[in-house]
Design a protein around this ligand. Structure first.
Ligand SMILES: Cc1ncc(COP(=O)(O)O)c(C=O)c1O
Length: 403
């Protein structure tokens, strides 16, 4: 029988992270695998009030069909939020999306023909690789070091091809937690103008900085470089700051790209949930977000430190850890030859889990790497997770010695 599914779908990779999440609900599982915000820190009271306000003050907007670009009042509120982050944007520059994930998909669909070249960081956010992968692109990659994606390697990475899209996560990247240096950010914006290539900045984590000074986003830096606003796009979201269940994100796009994205979004879903948008608008208008974010940042800092310290105490030099200044992830590399794929079943058996790093590469994976999430469990549970991981590591190596 011929396969009834499209070639596109047949070529798709399953997401290891989503597959692993099946185990997350097991009793007593301490998951270091997902990318979930801390559920107990959701501002339930504030969101309840915003929901009531949406129904009482603006039932027409909350329950009716809306504009494909998004509710104007929400876009105004997002423009203010962006202004506070140093980005001069107006409501008319924005498209509200169902999370930033939809933004990545829409931009990919607007830009990519099958086989077009796309530049991503090595490693990169898995679901972005899935979204871009639908176009079976030619992948070009730049490595990531402690100062983020190696922008200086861009020309070599796409020698002989003109990429349609460069995708980067400059602040606290998923999975590495790396933060791109200001020099590289500036160089990337200048490169985009020189090479006339769209650079898509994905910024879900910038607001989750827990130490150090914030760096300007590419979207903010675009104002400094003549012509750059034509080539710099940004996706962001309320998922990590308010709640992912709202599925409310946005794209900041140059006009030529925004028009195309709006057309595609019309075909995809007409518009993002009016109800969610109205709740988000009322929540932002309530002024509660800054105080809530301060709580979230402080808690994430202590969770990061609890996990990092427990892993460092347990593994010592056998695990090289990158400890970020924000975001949700630690990135580790075993220096003792441990294969994270072989370690994972032992970890699951002992009630913890992580994502093997090779899931985040489209080429030449670094085989000893792993991603560990610290946002979703309390410091005590994270310490216990680290202890279980160490036990799993011992069990794996006992087996290897016995063989
Ligand atoms: C780098 C990155 N981009 C986008 C997303 C998607 O977020 P959203 O919930 O806004 O779709 C995530 C979620 O984990 C992410 O890590």
């Amino acid at each position: 029988m011929t396969d009834p599914l499209s070639r596109r779908v047949r070529a798709m990779r399953r997401s290891d992270v989503r597959d692993l999440l099946r185990h997350a609900g097991l009793p007593d599982m301490i998951s270091l695998a997902g990318g979930l915000p801390a559920a107990e820190l959701f501002d339930v009271e504030g969101l309840r009030a915003a929901t009531l306000a949406a129904l009482e003050d603006s039932p027409g907007s909350a329950l009716q069909y809306g504009m494909t670009e998004g509710q104007p009042a929400l876009r105004e509120a997002i423009a203010v939020l962006l202004g506070e982050r140093g980005i001069a944007a107006g409501a008319e520059d924005l498209v509200v999306t169902a999370g930033s994930q939809q933004g990545l998909d829409l931009v990919a669909r607007a830009l990519l023909d099958d086989g077009d070249a796309v530049v991503v960081e090595r490693p990169s956010y898995l679901a972005a690789l899935q979204a871009f992968g639908l176009a079976s692109p030619r992948w070009c990659t730049i490595g990531v070091d402690a100062y983020g994606g190696r922008v200086e390697d861009l020309d070599a990475a796409c020698a002989g091809v003109r990429p349609k899209l460069v995708y980067v996560v400059p602040d606290f990247a998923n999975p590495t937690g790396a933060c791109m240096s200001i020099e590289r950010r500036r160089a990337l914006v200048r490169w985009a103008v020189r090479r006339e290539v769209t650079v898509m900045e994905d910024d879900p984590y910038g607001a989750l900085r827990t130490r150090g000074e914030p760096l300007p986003s590419l979207a903010a830096l675009a104002a400094e470089v003549p012509g750059a606003s034509r080539w710099i796009a940004q996706a962001s979201t309320l998922s990590k700051t308010v709640a992912p269940g709202l599925r409310t994100g946005w794209l900041l796009l140059p006009p030529w790209l925004r028009e195309a994205v709006v057309l595609i979004k019309q075909a995809a879903d007409l518009h993002t949930s009016s109800f969610a948008q109205e709740v988000a608008r009322h929540y932002l208008a309530s002024g509660r977000l800054p105080a809530r974010l301060a709580i979230v940042r402080a808690e994430y800092a202590s969770r990061r430190d609890a996990l990092a310290e427990a892993l460092q105490a347990g593994f010592g030099e056998r695990l090289a850890l990158q400890v970020p200044d924000g975001g949700m992830f630690l990135w580790g590399r075993f220096t003792d030859g441990t294969d994270p794929r072989a370690l994972l079943p032992h970890a699951l058996e002992r009630g913890t889990m992580f994502v093997p790093g090779d899931a985040f590469y489209v080429d030449a994976a670094d085989p000893g790497t792993l991603r560990l999430n610290f946002s979703a469990a309390s410091p005590d549970r994270l310490r216990e997770g680290a202890r279980r991981l160490l036990e799993a590591h011992r069990a794996l190596h006992r087996l290897a010695e016995a063989a």
